[in-house]
Design a protein around this ligand. Structure first.
Ligand code: PHE
Length: 450
């Protein structure tokens, strides 16, 4: 498929918005607080921010470059540049499939919480224990989460079916800024709760004595997950960017936005966690147990929580769309299915996987992969292994194998933009990023243990 046949996205703003739409999602608001809470708070945050700057930003630019240079899906893009590297695209398609397996489930929880907010049910419980019990009951139930997950999968399907331009662009444009505003309001409220300063200290004050090799890997994986990199999403999206989109600036803006949202989510969650006495290491339920308590404390709690969960649904949707698009574009362009068939194939297969992941928290909880249930193992395998591996090989490919001329042409828009940081960019991509990734991996395999 050539450039003319591909849809292009609107203006400059739209490139930032769709990429931010993919990045900002449950990764920031659900996953970030839970992994930060599990890994000691402040020190995790510091390492996370370093990972975002040193690895995330250069890699996002690198992925944009590959996508816009080829105008293809993740597999086709790498194949066009060098057939031996199409494996990198396959890694992305596989990761997108596995991520959707648990991401759809959490999106379903969000949808259920919105419904409970509207009906006022979420406001009726009083204590943190009651919210924890309600959440446990809900995720163990075999039917209800399945229903909401399926609805969410279908919603994603229909946005994809409407076409990249119309569906994605419109929803991202209006609702992302609104989510941001609500988060700021919640953060202010959370900071005013009694005993909040302890939570703030936990989140912002690093205690490096708690850092282990696993902390580094988890921070790195979270950075990749949150920025949607190492998986071909940004390759796939950049294929729709216009020739005059400034790739560096787009990546910088998306990275800043995404990190701000994660920071804000932490400032909303941790003060409240400490204020009501929940353990910060509660794991995946953390946000779902903490948030209702915050809302309960506010005037008009039903309105706040309904609007918040609605916006979270939209943020999740713009991310599931991008993951779905990685697989759909691949099936459409590489297998020559028409877009409809490609989208339905993706929808049906991810629905099946997410149904299993959802049941793995209840009736199928005995199924274990390396000691984890299916839900947790999909989360672990993708964020801590597939994305960093994808990121490592993306550095090697773009830093060492891709023609420098073609990379420069993309970054400078054929010479129209300056590229002052070219040397720094190459240095990071060729040496620093792969070295960090390799060391963190080897460290986790126990190679540096005395
Ligand atoms: N970045 C998304 C989030 O934070 C999740 C995602 C990961 C989307 C990888 C696309 C690719 O919610």
């Amino acid at each position: 498929m050539n450039r003319m046949q591909r849809a292009t996205l609107g203006g400059k703003l739209s490139a930032v918005l769709v990429a931010a739409g993919s990045s900002v999602g449950l990764g920031n608001i659900w996953r970030f607080p839970y992994v930060a809470g599990n890994n000691g708070g402040g020190a995790f945050l510091a390492i996370y921010i370093l990972c975002v700057l040193l690895l995330g930003l250069p890699l996002m630019i690198a992925e944009f470059t590959v996508g816009r240079a080829t105008h293809r899906n993740a597999v086709g893009a790498y194949r066009t540049l060098d057939p031996r590297w199409s494996i990198l695209g396959y890694n992305g398609v596989l990761a997108a499939f596995l991520i959707l397996g648990f991401y759809f489930v959490v999106s379903g929880w969000t949808a259920e919480y919105m419904v409970h907010s509207v009906t006022g049910e979420l406001g009726r419980l009083g204590s943190a224990e009651a919210y924890a019990a309600m959440f446990e009951n809900f995720i163990r139930n075999p039917w209800r989460p399945l229903l909401y997950t399926s609805l969410f999968v279908l919603a994603t399907h229909f946005v994809i079916a409407l076409g990249v331009q119309k569906g994605i662009e419109r929803s991202a444009k209006v609702l992302m800024p609104l989510l941001f505003i609500i988060l700021v309001a919640l953060a202010v409220h959370s900071l005013l709760m009694p005993g909040s300063s302890e939570g703030l200290r936990f989140f912002l004050q690093p205690d490096f004595s708690k850092v282990t090799p696993a902390t580094l890997l988890v921070a790195l994986g979270q950075a990749f997950f949150s920025l949607s990199i190492g998986i071909g999403t940004m390759v796939t999206y950049a294929a729709y960017f216009k020739p005059d989109t400034d790739l560096r600036r787009t990546a910088l803006n998306v990275t800043i936005l995404d990190t701000l949202v994660a920071l804000l989510a932490g400032i909303v969650i941790f003060p409240a966690v400490f204020s009501v006495g929940i353990a910060p290491s509660a794991g995946p339920p953390l946000v779902f147990v903490t948030l209702p308590g915050i809302f309960n404390d506010m005037p008009w709690s039903m309105v706040w929580s309904s609007v918040f969960f609605l916006l979270l649904i939209v943020a999740a949707l713009t991310s599931t769309i991008s993951l779905h698009e990685v697989i759909t574009a691949y099936l459409h362009e590489e297998w020559h299915l028409n877009r409809r068939a490609a989208a339905w194939t993706t929808t049906a297969s991810t629905l099946a996987l997410s149904a299993l992941a959802s049941l793995s928290l209840g009736v199928l909880n005995d199924w274990r992969i390396g000691g984890l249930d299916l839900f947790d193992s999909l989360d672990y395998l993708t964020a801590n292994i597939l994305l960093p591996v994808g990121g490592f090989f993306t550095c090697i490919f773009v830093g060492w194998c891709m023609e420098r001329k073609s990379l420069r042409a993309q970054i400078t828009n054929d010479g129209r933009l300056p590229f002052h940081i070219e040397r720094l960019f190459y240095f990071l991509l060729r040496y620093i990023c792969p070295a960090i990734l390799l060391i963190v991996f080897l460290d986790n395999l126990g190679l540096f243990k005395k």
